[in-house]
Design a protein around this ligand. Sequence first.
Ligand SMILES: *Cc1c(COP(=O)(O)O)cnc(C)c1O
Length: 433
Amino acid sequence: MLVSDSLSVNSCGHLTIGGADVVTLAKKYGTPLYIMDEDKIRRTCKEYMSALTKCWGEKFLVQYASKAFCTKYMYKILDEEGFGADVVSGGELYTALKAGFPSNKIVFHGNNKTAEELRFALEAEIREIIVDNAEELELINEIAAELGKVANISFRIKPGVDAHTHDFVKTGQIDSKFGVALENGEAFDFVKSALSYKNIKLCGVHCHIGSQIFDPEPFAHAAELMMEFIAKVKAELDFEVSELNLGGGFGIRYTEEDDPRSVYDAVKSFTDVVRAQAEKYDLSLPFISIEPGRSVVAEAGITVYTVGSVKEIKDIRTYVSVDGGMTDNPRYALYGSKYTMVLPERAEETPTEIVTVAGRNCESGDLLGENIHLPAVKAGDLLAVLSTGAYNYSMASNYNRVPRPPVVMVKNGVDKLVVKRETYEDIISNDLI
Ligand SMILES: *Cc1c(COP(=O)(O)O)cnc(C)c1O
C-alpha cells in the first residue's frame, strides 16, 4: 500500500508523486533526493482552514509548526494558504522573515530561548512569544522594557494528559522539560506573575501534548482542562485569557497499520469541548490556535535512494545499503520509527523478501528500517521511503561530511527545485583555516 494519496503507479509500473514519475526525477536530480507534492501540502492546508471555519468560525489561526519542514518556499505556500507559523529558533524566524512571511502571524516557542533570539523576535514584532518558564518571562520583560515595547505572550502549560504515543514525543505530562504544570499550581502562579510585569501583555495559554497522536480523547481532555484553567483564572484573578492554543500532534500514515482521523474530525473533537466548557463556565469563546506540523507535510514527501549493496548474512539478516541514511532521516535511529518502502522502478511488484535497510554512515545504528518487505532488490535499484515530508530534511545533518540532499516540489505534475543539493564547498564554507 502506498500510504499517501499523493502516490500512484503509472503505466510503466513506476511510482509517481503528484503525477510525476519518480524514476525520471531521480535520474534528473540524482539521489538521495527529497520529493514533495506541493498540491498535497496545499490540499491539507485547505482542509485545516475549512475544518476550523466550519467548526469554529473566524476567530482562529492555524500556525504551522516550522520544525517539521522549514524552507523559504514552504513559508510562501503557507502564506498563500492563509496559515500562520510557529518557530522554535532564531534560524527558523530568520528563514520565515527572509521568505517575506508576515511577522504578525509568527509565534515563537522553545524551552530555552536565548536573549539574542528574544530580542530578534521583539524587534521583528512577531505575533506572540510562547513563554516556557519564569526566568524567560523576566528576561522578556527586561528586553521589552529596553526596546520600549510591550511583549505579547502566551505561556506553555503541561495539562497532565497522557497522549498515548511514543515516550520520546510525549510532552503533556508533568515530567517534561516543556512548560509549567497545571496540577501543582505552577501555571496559576505564572499567570499572577505575568499580570504584574509592566512590559508583558498576557494574551493566551498554550498546550502541546505530544506528536503522532491518533486518538481524539487526549486532545479533547486537554481542551477541557485548559478551559477549566481559564475559568479558574477568571474567577480568582478577574482576568479573562482570550486565546487558547492547543498545539499540534495530529497523526499521519507511515504504514498500513496507521489509521489517522480526518482533519475535520480531529478539529471537531476539541472545538466541541471548548464551546461546551465556555458555556459551562460563562466564558467568551476564545481565539483558537493550533499548530500542526507533521500532518501538513509528512505524507506529501518521499525520499529516493540508490541501493549500493545487498549483503546477505546467512540465517541472520540481509542488509540493503543505500546512498543516504541517518544524515537525511535520523528518525529510525532516534525513535525506531516505522516507514513503508517501495522500489520505484517496480512499484507494483509483490514483496518477496524481508530486509534491513541500512544507511551509509559510520554507525551501526544508522538504519532506515528493519523487517522491510521488498521485491528482490539488487545494487543499482532505486528505493523510496514514503511519508518522509516531516522531520527528515529539517533533521538532516552533515555527519560524515555528507552533503544534504536537495528538495524538489511537484505541482500540477511539474517539478521545481526548491532547495539545491549541498556541495563539498558548502560543507567547508565555515572552516576558517
Ligand atoms: C512539535 C510541535 C508541534 C508540532 O507537532 P506535530 O506532531 O508535528 O504536529 C506543535 N507545537 C509545538 C509546541 C511543538 O513543539
